[in-house]
Design a protein around this ligand. Structure first.
Ligand code: NDP
Ligand code: MG
Length: 377
């Protein structure tokens, strides 16, 4: 069998580089045909030299990129539609990944989706694009990979409840006032996962869990009343599914994205891979669970309420979060201001209708503007 063609969008990021490590062990099965980055031309150049993809795109950044490289955001759509690509691994961060997800699904591709923001901003459009084009989304996010594996092909009708686990982030045990004043360095010091900066901050605020609840809602067709979040500091149990007879299945593994990435590429098959970190129950020893401290981490409930509201509210939540996190990472606002900004944007715009892409990008833009105004930036 010839290798399957892979387009790796966001090859220079945390998921992108981890994916290349996984793909390097499966060269007979997968061939990297396209690679894209945003501005990191130096790393992209190295990756291109090692992998020799046919198609390379650098969305922005310096002018000295090779003439053969495509430029601009439209190149992401081109990469997602290439005829010699079967699987699009979308590892772009933020709402900027949505258009490529839609393009890939419309072209009938399998989308191995790390870019959860695609589903949060445009869940209904993603579903519609998959139906129209015959594409299919397979999650890379570890919690959703766990749920997919626990479901084992059973439908939402058999599910009583999904239980998404959360590490609790670096501030799990901090008092609320200390959390509000946490520094960028503190927020980037995640206890169990090594990830890009934006999602690491999202893990510290728990906005990431809100994104994941909305992601699960769209991926698995399960109502918000049937999705719970529980804090599990060891990040070994990646999530659980409770079936209607009360049986609960969980998927376990060490906190590494290599297995979820591999499974998103191979699903429903399982591939042999000696490079995947091995789980040792005795080394893990103790697995503990505790409730979320919602008063200290309001972003989770803000996001879930946006999910329930539907329409453009999840796009408002996401846009507000992206803007507030960017301001925090630039050192312009306090950690606690992230929730304040999101809350102000949802107060003002949660009622916006969803509908088409234009409506969603409008919601995204007004949410970002409201955050900047509210936070004085
Ligand atoms: P990173 O910030 O490490 O990487 C992001 C990648 O996207 C880089 O290749 C970057 O290019 C590119 N990129 C950034 N902005 C744009 C843009 N506007 N247009 C096109 N490309 C862009 O992020 P992560 O790898 O951590 O996360 C990627 C996605 O995966 C996110 O949605 C995250 O929520 C999700 N995810 C990540 C996990 C992890 O372990 N990291 C776990 C589960 C989900 P450049 O390097 O040139 O800037
Ligand atoms: Mg996750």
């Amino acid at each position: 069998m010839p290798p399957q063609g892979v387009a790796l969008l966001g090859s220079t990021g945390s998921i992108g580089t981890t994916a290349l490590r996984v793909l390097s062990r499966h060269r007979e099965r997968f061939a990297v045909r396209a690679m894209t980055a945003h501005g990191n031309a130096a790393l992209l150049r190295e990756q291109v030299a090692a992998w020799k993809p046919d198609f390379v795109a650098l969305v922005e950044g310096d002018g000295d990129a090779p003439a053969s490289w495509r430029r601009g955001a439209n190149a992401l759509l081109e990469a997602a539609r290439l005829p010699n690509v079967d699987v699009v691994l979308n590892a772009i961060v933020g709402a900027a990944g949505l258009d490529a997800t839609l393009a890939a699904l419309e072209a009938g591709k399998r989308v191995a989706l790390a870019n959860k923001e695609s589903l949060v901003v445009g869940g209904a459009l993603v579903d519609a694009a998959a139906r129209r084009g015959g594409g299919r989304v397979v999650p890379v996010d570890s919690e959703h990979s766990a749920i997919l594996q626990c479901l084992g092909g059973r439908s939402a009708a058999d599910v009583r409840r999904l239980v998404i686990t959360a590490s609790g982030g670096p501030f799990r045990e901090w008092p609320a006032e200390r959390v509000r004043a946490a520094s960028v360095r503190d927020a980037l010091n995640h206890p169990t996962w090594s990830m890009g900066r934006k999602i690491t901050v999202d893990s510290a605020t728990l906005a990431n869990k809100a994104l994941e609840v909305i992601e699960a809602h769209f991926l698995f067709g399960v109502g918000y009343d049937q999705i719970d979040v529980v804090v599990h500091p060891q990040s070994i149990v990646h999530s659980m599914v409770e079936f209607r007879d009360g049986s609960v299945l969980a998927q376990l593994g060490v906190p590494s994205m290599e297995l979820p990435i591999l499974y998103a590429l191979s699903h429903p098959e399982r591939l042999e891979d000696a490079g995947i970190p091995v789980f040792d129950a005795l080394a893990a020893a103790r697995l503990t669970f505790e409730p979320v401290r919602h008063d200290t981490f309001p972003c989770l409930q803000l996001g879930v309420s946006a999910g329930r509201a539907g329409g453009a509210a999840p796009a408002v939540f996401n846009g507000a979060n992206e803007q507030a996190v960017a301001l925090f990472l630039e050192g312009r606002v306090a950690f606690g201001a992230i929730a304040d900004g999101i809350s102000a944007a949802l107060d003002r715009h949660a009622g916006l209708a969803g509908g088409d892409l234009e409506a969603l990008w409008h919601a995204d833009a007004v949410a970002r503007r409201t955050v900047r105004e509210t936070l004085g930036c």
